[in-house]
Design a protein around this ligand. Structure first.
Ligand SMILES: Cc1cc2nc3c(=O)[nH]c(=O)nc-3n(C[C@H](O)[C@H](O)[C@H](O)COP(=O)(O)O)c2cc1C
Length: 210
């Protein structure tokens, strides 16, 4: 079956795209507004898009009517965010932070999530998070410009926090210990740690550089 994007509505296209381009990592993003009030929400339209400079991409949909979600509005106002990766134990809590909270209500306060100050930016860091990235926004663009459906955000990573349990004696990532929650289509999720995970050497390259 072929699906012609010119004949489908956004509501018809979303489950076809989001249900096939899987798994998607989840960015659990903390921000603050211009008054310093905190916000926390998950986003799976998220990726590492450049390592030099270290840059993440985040796509935040507009609400019905075109208003920005709190996360995009806060990033536009302050230029800062902290991106956390989500451990399986946080499934319910992560989902709860996607609830419909008023802009002046902090999901962090409402759900009593413990935080610690970030080192280089104002948004707080989740105290229990195993990996987080303190970032500054380098680009926020409404897309598409003529009728914005989302805000595309490029965020430069200023520093990484990686729990010692995920590092070996040489300070390298213990790949077999990394276990994040990732989004599949609809209400489906998966873990990145799985008994079928495997290793594969690149031709003529012991350790992949890219
Ligand atoms: C696992 C998961 C992934 C999500 N991914 C996205 C996404 O990529 N883009 C988006 O706009 N909303 C996404 N959402 C919905 C937002 O988290 C939700 O709209 C949230 O209320 C936005 O919060 P904010 O208004 O505080 O920014 C996702 C929700 C969940 C549970």
């Amino acid at each position: 079956m072929i699906f012609d994007c010119n004949t489908l509505t956004a509501a018809e296209l979303y489950p076809l795209l989001a249900g096939t381009i899987v798994p998607r990592p989840i960015a659990w993003v903390s921000t603050v507004d211009e008054y310093g009030r905190s916000n926390l929400a998950p986003f799976s339209f998220f990726q590492l898009v450049c390592d030099a400079p270290p840059t993440l991409m985040l796509s935040v949909n507009r609400k019905a009517g075109g208003a920005q979600k709190d996360t995009a509005r806060n990033i536009a106002a302050t230029g800062q965010l902290v991106v956390h990766l989500v451990s399986p134990a946080d499934l319910a809590l992560m989902n709860a932070t996607a609830g419909d909270y008023a802009p002046d209500v902090s999901e962090i306060d409402a759900l009593q999530i413990a935080t610690v100050p970030a080192q280089m930016v104002k948004p707080p860091r989740l105290a229990h998070s195993l990996v987080s990235f303190e970032c500054e926004c380098v680009s926020l663009s409404a897309y598409p410009a003529e009728a914005p459906a989302c805000d595309l955000i490029l965020a430069k990573v200023l520093c990484l926090h990686i729990d010692d349990s995920l590092l070996n004696a040489e300070g390298r990532i213990r790949h077999d210990q990394i276990d994040w929650l990732a989004r599949l289509g609809g209400q489906w999720y998966c873990h990145t740690q799985h008994e079928d995970n495997l290793t594969l050497a690149r031709p003529n390259q012991a350790t992949p550089r890219r």
